[in-house]
Design a protein around this ligand. Structure first.
Ligand SMILES: [Zn+2]
Length: 148
């Protein structure tokens, strides 16, 4: 499910993703409420972030996109209490975390809609998606995670 952004929560409205030819599948998937990863048909590696070649076997022909479960666990995290950058000052404190996805790769994202004291390494999380109000034709969303 993709939800509309809240001006007082992460990500701030000015944090807009821009897709390259490598990342377009990921951002378009997020816009549909899907966490899209890459799978290598040559060596079976699963990877994130999206790239033009497999980081395991370097194949540039075997990569396919697939919809991941969106489930994972907190690998590590930090709570940002102060950030004076435009937009971010209004969303503090926010939790940035490396999430170990059920499919294997780690993703850097935010954990939202919870008390920072309730997050721990190993906590189970599930992906959620925050739509971005944009001036172009793109329909991207930003993946964040919620505690299960
Ligand atoms: Zn490979």
């Amino acid at each position: 499910m993709v939800v509309k952004p809240d001006s007082a929560s992460f990500p701030p409205p000015n944090a807009q993703p821009h897709a390259s030819w490598e990342t377009r599948g990921f951002w378009e998937g997020a816009g549909r409420g899907e966490l899209v990863l890459q799978w290598c048909t040559e060596c079976s590696a699963v990877q994130h972030k999206p790239r033009g070649l497999c980081v395991d076997c370097l194949s540039d022909e075997g990569l396919v996109h697939f919809v991941a479960s969106g489930e994972g666990t907190v690998h590590s995290f930090t709570v940002t209490e102060q950030n004076q950058a435009k937009g971010f000052v209004d969303v503090c404190p926010y939790i940035m975390a490396y999430i170990r996805l059920a499919e294997g790769p780690r993703i850097l994202s935010a954990i939202t809609e919870c008390d920072p004291d309730s997050v721990a390494i190993g906590s189970s999380v599930r992906a959620a998606f925050v739509a971005q109000e944009r001036t172009d034709e793109e329909a991207f969303a930003v993946p964040v995670f919620h505690l299960c």
